[in-house]
Structure formats: C-alpha cells, structure tokens
Design a binder for this molecule. Sequence first.
Ligand code: FMN
Ligand code: SF4
Ligand code: SF4
Length: 262
Amino acid sequence: MNKTIYYFSGTGNSLKMAKDIRLALQDCEVVSISNAIMEVHKLKPKGIVGFVFPEYYYGLPQLVVEFLNTINLSHVTYIFAVATYAKSAGGCLSQTTKLLKPKGKKLNSGFYVKMVDNFILWTWDVPPIEKHSLIHEQAQKDSVRIANSVNNSLELIDNSPLETLGPILFGYSRFLRQVNTSDKAFFASPNCNSCEICVNVCPTQNIVIKDKKPKWQSKKCQKCLACLHLCPQKAVQYGKTTIKRSRYKNPHISLKELMLRL
Ligand SMILES: Cc1cc2nc3c(=O)[nH]c(=O)nc-3n(C[C@H](O)[C@H](O)[C@H](O)COP(=O)(O)O)c2cc1C
Ligand code: SF4
Ligand code: SF4
C-alpha cells in the first residue's frame, strides 16, 4: 500500500474528510497522527502521502507541526494537505509548504474544505443544525475533487486571500506558544458521572481522572475541544462561555472512532 493519509481530528470533521478521500483514492491507509507521533521515528511512508487536519487560528494544530517536523518523507513522491475550516480559510497551506522545505519536499497539492464550526469559545455557537447537511454534502463532493487531483498527480494549491495575513492578524504564533497550557478554563460541572470519555478522546492524554472528576494537566493541550464537545453529559465547560452553547460531533464518525484514534 503506497498511499497513506495522516489525520488529526478533535470532533470528527477531519477524520471524515480523510475517510472520504480514502474511499475515492482506494488502496489507501488512514492513520491517526496522535497515535503515529508516538513512534514517528519508525515511520517511512512511500508513494503518496496526505495530511488532513483542522485549521486553528489560520494555522496547523501544534501536534501536526511536530509530526511534519519529525516524519521521514524521503521515500514519498507526492504530498497533499487538506485543512478543514469553518468560517475563513488561510495560512495552513503556506505553513505546510514551509515545514516541508527543510526536508527537500514540496506540497504538490493543497485544499481548504469548509466543514461545520466546532469553535465555540468566542462569541458564536455551532451553526444551526439545519445548515449542517448542506455543509456535509459539499465537503463530500470536495473529497472527490481532492482524490481526483491526487490520482492524477495534479499540482494544485487552493488560494486564500488570508494566506499570509490571517496567521499574523489572529496571533497564530502566540497560539502555538500558549496552546499546551490553554486548558486552564476547562472544568467539569456536577453533571459529570466519571465516565472517562473525555480522558479517552483526548489526543494527547492531557486529562486524568482524580477524585472522580477530570483534571486537565496543562501539559499537552491542543485546544481541539474534543473533551468539551464529546462529553455525553455536556459537563465539560470552558469558563462561562460554553454553558449555553451547543455541542458538535461529525455525525458520520462514531465516538468509538474518535476514542480509538484508528
Ligand atoms: C482552537 C480552534 C481554532 C479554530 N480556528 C479556526 C480558524 O482560524 N478558521 C476557521 O475557519 N475555523 C477555525 N476553527 C474551526 C475548525 O477548523 C473546524 O470546525 C474543523 O473542521 C474542525 O475539525 P475537527 O472536527 O476534525 O476537529 C477552529 C477550531 C478550533 C477548535
Ligand atoms: S466525559 Fe463528561 S461525564 Fe465523562 S468523565 Fe468526562 S466530564 Fe465527566
Ligand atoms: S484537553 Fe481537551 S482540548 Fe485539550 S487536547 Fe485534550 S481533548 Fe483536546
């Protein structure tokens, strides 16, 4: 098998995208970055490699940056990247190109795919449910477009007007510096029944259960919001902001898939 897609996903959008592309590409392996990073020095992918991840503040999740910095891509012949985003795309494809440069590699193709917004820490909520199916349908069509480009070895990078300015305006570099300890505002309400799902969905083992409640360890948080969105009791809150907000999981991805990081 000479096609591998490495993905990172908090609430399932990027995993769904990775799986849809796999379906259209055929004979392709889908691998979780949060698992693979533990043995990244042993990895030597060949042929076609793709990276699928959510856009965070006009840039890549920190774990994806770390993975791209360490993975050996010397036997790879074609590289593509897909950033799933919600409101405004930019920054991710040029950043991926920069990260590949020291390896003597280039990004052959890169895509932005709009998906449902899971960012509920500022002034807005998850979009109304009736808008989701249209977004999912369009994203599925995009996966076919992406797979066609990859199958035909096209050199194609999506343009975004905010490619350069977005990361600067939104303080992406500050995000990278602060993200690991950005979990201080998380807490579990009395609704928590100690089910440990938040522990198991966390891609970096940043949560432990202590005295029957989750404890965020401020060590490796990625701000992926999996703990917040996937708690079945809606017990995880981020300060006061999220108390009245909706929760989101990509409906085509099971909680089990997000727990096992297959
Ligand atoms: C910390 C964080 C930052 C985000 N920043 C952006 C952003 O800059 N632009 C945007 O359009 N969406 C942003 N989003 C929304 C996600 O990129 C989008 O919902 C994505 O599809 C989630 O993917 P996932 O389900 O695989 O985690 C952000 C989400 C989070 C959690
Ligand atoms: S997922 Fe929710 S209910 Fe389960 S332990 Fe975590 S906070 Fe408590
Ligand atoms: S603590 Fe929550 S937000 Fe932070 S990485 Fe784990 S699941 Fe994601």
